[in-house]
Design a protein. Structure first.
Length: 114
């Protein structure tokens, strides 16, 4: 899994078209927290499912499936909030996988919260 870089959005705004990188075939990791967003651009001819893992067990031993997001084909940008619920305690990052990484690009931005 590739570690995606987070770009902080300054108060003056941010151009994002130059931030996108190819989605990792085996997935990616990214920062989590308030104001952190994974932006997915799907240039493929069919929809892509993006899964953000829930790394922690609930009630001691219950595994919960990750949260899935369906990104439509040729959809422009699709924004996924990456809250701290997705943070893996072992790595401090979220794990993200894609049903297909072909023609999919991603960027991570964090808006400043007061």
């Amino acid at each position: 899994m590739a570690a995606l870089t987070t770009t902080v959005v300054p108060n003056t705004g941010l151009r994002i078209d130059n931030l996108f990188v190819a989605a990792g075939g085996s997935g990616d990791t990214c920062e989590t927290g308030a104001g952190v967003n994974l932006i997915v651009k799907n240039g493929a001819g069919s929809s892509v499912t993006v899964t953000v893992a829930y790394p922690q067990k609930y009630d001691g031993d219950q595994t919960v499936s990750g949260r899935t997001f369906t990104v439509p084909a040729t959809s422009g940008e699709f924004v996924i909030p990456v809250r701290d619920i997705y943070r893996d305690p072992a790595t401090g990052r979220a794990s993200v996988t894609y049903s297909s990484a072909t023609s999919v690009t991603v960027a991570v931005v964090r808006t400043q919260v007061s």
